[in-house]
Design a binder for this molecule. Structure first.
Ligand code: SAM
Length: 276
């Protein structure tokens, strides 16, 4: 995957960085609370406690870092998108944040007891490189954990959005291509990459996540305002395609109404390994 010639790695990396900087405010308002639902499970997986030196890679606006700090860990949050880090710094002033690249971590070897990455790995052009960097900065006996969305077959939210685009629009819009979105949503793939990277005691779990919206009509505008890739993908459809996609999503979401609130299930794979 690393050597995939169809991927311009720099173009993809800049697209992700610029995209997340553009939507940082929307992301913090709408998506961070969704991704945060697995924060405690991630921190448990890497045995976070008082004094744990923890690096949160692709920390976004810092909610996982802040949860680790609450456990009295010694935390650094790192993200490539300056606006994400800026919001993190103002929302969680007690957390130390750095702007930096997951594939080139600005730390010495063996600095951390734990490295975590919540839903970041699918945004890196060379995830193997990011995993190798995490291994490098971990101490021996330290733990690494990352999450990734499960594929649409096991993820009703992704099935609803991508299914509507596939049926009524164009899924391969002209955006810099990156590695397959759901590559690590397959447990076998997670296990293989962690083992091949040198981790031992690899374990995998699937964790539920719920996307909540007040009204089905809010779904598409929320995604456009808060997502670096799905947002542009929806925004780049023609007006007619966009209309049909939006209708399909609204209709499909109605079946997830519980007490007047839309609650769409989704899930992530949590992959954990230990540095020998
Ligand atoms: C889906 S968000 C996840 C944010 C946060 N971990 C959370 O759970 O809400 C993905 C994050 O990866 C960051 N990112 C993308 N490419 C990166 C890179 N090469 N190095 C570090 N961060 C990167 C983005 O800026 C964005 O904040």
């Amino acid at each position: 995957m690393t050597g995939d010639p169809s991927i311009d790695r720099e173009a993809f990396k800049q697209f992700e960085r610029d995209g997340f900087s553009r939507v940082a405010q929307g992301y913090d308002g709408a998506i961070a609370q969704v991704t945060s639902q697995v924060n405690e499970a991630i921190l448990d997986a890497v045995e976070t406690r008082a004094g744990t030196r923890l690096l949160d890679v692709a920390c976004g606006t810092g909610w996982l870092s802040a949860a680790a700090l609450k456990r009295q860990a010694i935390v650094i949050g790192l993200d490539y998108a300056e606006n994400m880090v800026a919001i993190g710094r103002s929302r969680f002033p007690q957390v130390e944040f750095r702007v930096g690249d997951a594939e080139n971590l600005p730390f010495e070897p063996n600095e951390f007891d734990a490295v975590v990455c919540n839903l970041g790995i699918l945004h890196f052009p060379e995830p193997e490189k990011a995993i190798a960097q995490s291994l490098r900065v971990l101490k021996s006996g330290g733990h690494y954990a990352f999450t990734c969305w499960t594929p649409p077959a096991r993820n009703p939210f992704m099935a609803l959005i991508l299914g509507a685009v596939q049926t009524y629009g164009i899924i391969n819009v002209d955006l810099p291509p990156g590695p397959p979105l759901f590559r690590f949503g397959e447990p076998e793939e997670c296990k293989n990459i962690l083992t091949a990277s040198g981790f031992v005691s690899v374990s995998l779990r699937e964790l539920p996540i719920t996307w909540t919206f007040s009204r089905p009509q809010d779904i598409v505008p929320t995604i456009i305002a808060s997502s670096a890739r799905l947002g542009p993908m929806l925004a780049m459809q023609t007006q007619e395609q966009r209309h049909d996609i939006e209708n399909a999503i609204i209709e499909g979401a109605k079946k997830y109404a519980i007490n007047g609130v839309i609650q769409i299930p989704a899930s992530v794979v949590l992959a954990v390994g230990c540095k020998p």
